[in-house]
Write a protein that binds this ligand. Structure first.
Ligand code: 5GP
Ligand code: MN
Length: 343
């Protein structure tokens, strides 16, 4: 953060803080928010965490979860009042205000100072204080560094450390992706030193499947996966009925895209899901094929070079046809992308 001294001075007086994060928060989004909330409370600030939507049950173990306010019809007025009354608003793990639905306009209009902490590509310029870099694997990595830079590492307790560790673990795909840098291991090492129990976090996040979810993954793998080896692409198409049949809950489709990407020779993977209110898409790639560009250009989305998402307001069938036609347009990029690893 360039103006960290001004930020520090601002935080030296008690503030009314709102922390918000992106639509359908993942472990990095929620872990960063709850860790920061817990830290700021220790510093004597009044803090509310508002999420634009619900999030998976496998994140509910995080300390502070019970106090999260989910923006919905019942909470709309309450959230609007908190945002309007705030003196400081943190926007974590997203880079443009349209990613937080109706909340975005309220945040934009609020007189509060705004802080953006994020690692997504192409951030919108709306914040007074910015800690942003695509070099970070996770927003949680940046939250750790911010607390450290504010001279408060000693305030990071076991719960804060575990929420942050969860964000880094999941955004690096359990330390599989190329964003797994030396700094990631350094920060995770510090978090373990501060009490994070890594086996406990792994178990809570990855090994808490419902039987329905496991059966849904089996069904998707056997019935809903298309592989096009000549375009090095594999994708799932999931209908609203499929979700209903397996009593799908928020988070149940998370990670599905990775099965497609794990197929030998595949460099581009997608999941196309009919969420009823819209068609939601998840994209992953290996190497230089930028799914951020692909999502931004064709599906009103964005994200990172190798992990992005988007949406479509057309039917599932039309969206899939558009996607399949695009694959042909991208044939050259898809077939010439070289995946290289350092010696
Ligand atoms: P996921 O596929 O796991 O939902 O998202 C992958 C990455 O892309 C995440 O960093 C997420 O924040 C981002 N992302 C997902 N959907 C969208 C979207 O609709 N718009 C933008 N800008 N980013 C998205
Ligand atoms: Mn993230």
């Amino acid at each position: 953060m360039q103006n960290i001294e001004a930020f520090k001075a601002f935080l030296s007086k008690p503030q009314r803080v709102v922390i918000t994060t992106h639509h359908k928060p993942d472990a990095d989004a929620l872990g960063s928010s709850l860790a920061l909330a817990s830290y700021l409370k220790k510093k004597g600030h009044q803090v509310h965490v508002i999420t634009p939507t619900d999030y998976p049950d496998f994140l509910r173990w995080m300390a502070g979860n019970d106090e999260v306010i989910i923006y919905n019809e019942n909470q709309q007025d309450h959230c609007a009042a908190l945002v309007a009354d705030a003196t400081l608003i943190f926007c974590l793990d997203f880079s443009s205000l349209d990613r937080i639905n109706e909340l975005g306009a309220e945040v934009r209009e609020s007189k509060a100072k705004k802080v953006l902490i994020d690692h997504h590509l192409e951030p919108e310029d709306f914040a007074d204080f910015v800690k942003w870099t695509t070099e970070a694997a996770a927003t949680a990595e940046l939250i750790y560094e911010l607390i450290y830079d504010l001279g408060d590492e000693s305030l990071i307790d076991k719960s804060i450390a575990e929420s942050l560790y969860a964000g880094i673990m999941t955004d690096t795909g359990s330390f599989h992706h190329p964003n797994t840098t030396k700094n990631v291991f350094r920060v995770c090492g510090e978090l373990v030193g501060l009490g994070a129990d890594t086996a406990r976090v792994s178990k809570l996040i990855y090994d808490s499947n419902s039987v329905d979810r496991i059966k849904f993954i089996g069904f998707a793998l056997s019935e809903r996966l298309t592989v096009i080896p000549e375009l090095r692409t594999a994708y799932f198409v999931i209908s609203a009925d499929d979700l209903k049949k397996y009593h799908s809950r928020t988070g149940d489709t998370e990670g599905l895209v990775n099965y497609a990407l794990s197929i030998e020779g595949i460099i581009f993977a997608a999941v196309i899901i009919d969420r009823t209110e819209a068609i939601k898409m998840s994209f992953r790639s290996i190497g230089d094929f930028s799914v951020n560009t692909f999502a931004r250009k064709h599906f009103e989305g964005g994200g990172h070079k190798n992990a992005a998402g988007g949406k479509s307001d057309e039917s599932l069938e039309k969206t899939v046809s558009k996607f399949e036609a695009l694959l042909k347009d991208y044939k050259k990029e898809l077939t010439t992308t070289i995946v290289e690893y350092a010696d």
